[in-house]
Design a protein around this ligand. Structure first.
Ligand code: ASP
Length: 657
């Protein structure tokens, strides 16, 4: 092995001035005839090219150090304290940035002058002798028993004076590298994420038969699966790949290919509206099982969650099968298909008992549905409840509810000191019914909201959004304590199809319908298969979403494994144009080749890690996230404009907007 000795102390050179010269582009220019001098920055680099290995990592060092031991350690310099002309201290932070050790330099050796020229945060190697640290008290001595008497220090790269970096500093997104370096929380989140991945792997690979991790292509083709895709133009005239919105079609083809259980940490790409803390590229824990139904998939996923919670979380792992709630129940009881079920505030329909005057006051709709829920007040103080709700409705968070064209919310503070306890507009009978239904206490808040009398579609109702927003505001303002724990549930029995809209064109079929999950999802029962012919809007899907605390962690379904049925759904039910139908011919071919029944699911991996760590945004668990609205990476400045040359290579031409 080549020996890598430390360069002598005297070989250290300051590098800043020469580096600046390089940036100005001047240092390599020489006059004609003069031999090219070795630029200073190359000299400096040469010093750093060879550096000795550390004798141990900090953790090993801290547990095994003994006085007089010679050590070489790698790390980043801290802020130096110069105690006298002959004495300096500096802490060396290890490469993991989790441990530090004190370095002492006395004027007795040459490294002293060298250390005094180095800036905090610079990466260095340090050679020295271990000695016991003299601390102020026994406790400190125990916590930080060793120091290194410096013999040699080698600068590996300078940390320039024009970068300001301090603990807990918030850096702009374009300096993500500095943010990662300053924020131990961010680095720990990435470490945690890697552990989550390993635990998922362990659980899936121990199954019988085990899940097999298989990578599927990222250069896929455009198919109208549901989301808008990113295209990747090629040099072949007019041809483009599309990045996969999920490995859905490939994983189903794997089921037709004799792979019994597949999984993958899959990168997915969707060119969608990024409002709701979404990323244009994200990671899924994607899985699929052959000879399986949705029940089998749900059991496997519960096992993954249970193992994650029992291995990595302080709170108790969820026991038993997770609760199930149908889409209809979730929408009517919580006004959401991903309800946070921890804080009650259940919704009830009341239009059949309300006086017509009251309904007219809250909505311009004729024959609307009217729903009600209760928020418990606190301190028996109706004035505090009134203040909370007034503040909410006057705030930006309340604006969308006031401006709802179907009518704003009707607000009632239950006050035992008022006639009919503040429920006069309900009339005596309805007030009594509401009291029986909701059992309000003095100072509780009752909220009513109208909506059009139509079947549920989409992810939420206005009262469901209001329930969620009011609870968030109540927690933020201290009016209510935050809900704790994790309440996992499966939302099942979604409608197979939803009405298409401009914002959700789905598969672009002419039927005015799009698949609620994706067009490969199977009807739930034989009766639902019949409904495909008679009333597709009533078909219930074998589709399940995993929800915890108001967050959709993932979703999946049993698939249509029969080519003729799949083709019928695409062509006759969704009424996709013939040329788009051929985009799915690969899948239909695979299903036709005796594909077994199969089912699967994908967990949003970024979201899962964020939930486990209690982070509000997935950006806090992604090393290099894209910005919220525009999907940009401000650090590398992507996406970037295409040059004329690139446009030419890909046979593209920009048209004016
Ligand atoms: N491919 C689906 C998705 O990305 C998940 C699944 O059905 O397995 O949501």
């Amino acid at each position: 092995m080549r020996s890598r000795s430390m360069p002598t102390v005297g070989s250290y050179v300051r590098i800043n001035s020469s580096r600046r010269a390089f940036h100005k582009g001047s240092c390599l220019r020489e006059q004609a005839g003069t031999p090219l001098a070795q630029p200073q920055f190359l000299e400096n680099y040469k010093q750093a090219v060879e550096f000795p290995p550390a004798t141990c990592d900090f953790q090993t060092f801290l547990s095994q150090a003994s006085p007089g031991q010679d050590v070489v350690l790698h790390g980043y310099l801290g802020v130096r304290s110069d105690l006298s002309k002959k004495l300096s201290f500096v802490r060396l932070q290890d490469p993991t940035m989790k441990h530090t050790i004190q370095i002492v330099s006395t004027g007795r050796n040459a490294s002293f002058e060298q250390l005094r020229n180095l800036r905090p945060n610079s990466p260095v190697t340090v050679k020295g002798k271990v000695q016991a640290k003299k601390a102020k008290d026994a406790e400190m001595e125990k916590r930080d028993p060793w120091e290194i008497s410096l013999e040699e220090i080698q600068l590996l790269n300078d940390f320039p004076g024009d970068i300001w970096m301090a603990p807990d500093m918030v850096h702009p997104p374009k300096h993500r590298h500095l943010q990662l370096r300053t924020s131990s929380e961010l680095r720990e989140a990435l470490e945690f994420r890697a552990r989550v991945r390993n635990v998922c792997r362990e659980e899936l690979e121990q199954g019988r038969p085990p899940f097999v991790e298989i990578e599927t292509p990222l250069l896929f083709k455009s198919t109208p699966e549901g989301a808008r895709e990113f295209l990747v133009p090629t040099r072949k005239h007019g041809l483009a790949y599309a990045l996969p919105q999920s490995p859905q079609q490939y994983k189903q083809i794997l089921m037709a290919s004799g792979i019994p259980r597949y999984y993958q940490f899959a990168r997915c790409f969707r060119d969608e509206d990024l409002r709701a803390d979404r990323q244009p590229e994200f990671t899924q824990l994607d899985l699929e099982m052959s000879f399986a139904t949705g029940e089998d998939v749900m059991r496997v996923v519960e096992g993954v969650i249970r193992r994650l919670w029992s291995t990595l979380m302080d709170t108790e792992a969820p026991s038993g099968p997770f609760r199930r709630l149908s889409y209809q129940d979730a929408m009517s009881r919580y006004g959401s298909d991903k309800p946070d079920t921890r804080y009650g505030m259940e919704i009830h329909r009341v239009e059949h008992l309300l006086p017509v005057d009251l309904i007219h006051k809250i909505t311009p709709l004729t024959n609307p549905i009217v729903e009600i829920f209760k928020i418990e007040g606190n301190d028996n103080d109706p004035a505090a409840t009134s203040e909370f709700i007034t503040r909410f409705l006057d705030s930006p968070a309340g604006a969308p509810f006031n401006e709802n064209p179907e009518g704003g919310p009707g607000i009632f503070v239950y006050d035992a000191k008022k006639p009919l306890c503040g429920l006069q507009p309900f009339g005596f009978q309805a007030a009594e019914y509401v009291e029986d239904l909701l059992e309000p206490d003095h100072s509780d808040l009752l909220v009513i909201q109208a909506r059009e009398a139509a079947p549920f579609s989409g992810g939420s109702t206005p009262i469901g959004d209001l329930r969620r927003a009011l609870h968030t505001a109540a927690v933020e303002s201290g009016f209510k304590p935050a809900a704790t724990g994790f309440d996992f549930l499966w939302i099942v029995d979604f409608p197979l199809f939803s009405p298409s809209s401009d914002s959700e064109p789905g598969q672009g079929g002419a039927a005015g319908l799009s698949s609620t999950h994706h067009p490969f999802t199977a009807p739930k029962s034989a009766a639902d298969v019949d409904l495909l012919l008679t009333d597709p809007t009533k078909v219930v899907a074998d589709h399940y979403d995993l929800v915890v605390n108001g967050v959709e962690l993932g979703g999946g379904s049993r698939r249509i494994h029969d080519a003729a049925v799949q083709e019928f759904v695409l062509r006759d039910v969704l009424q996709m144009p013939a040329e788009r139908l051929t985009d799915f011919s690969h899948l239909l071919d695979a299903l036709r080749a005796g594909c077994p029944p199969h089912a699967g699911l994908a967990l949003g991996f970024d979201r899962l890690v964020a939930v486990m760590l209690g982070k509000d945004s997935v950006r806090d668990v992604i090393a290099f996230p894209k910005t919220g609205k525009l999907g940009e990476d401000p650090m590398v400045k992507a996406p970037s404009p295409m040059t004329q040359e690139a446009l030419g290579t890909y046979h593209l031409r920009l048209v004016d907007e």
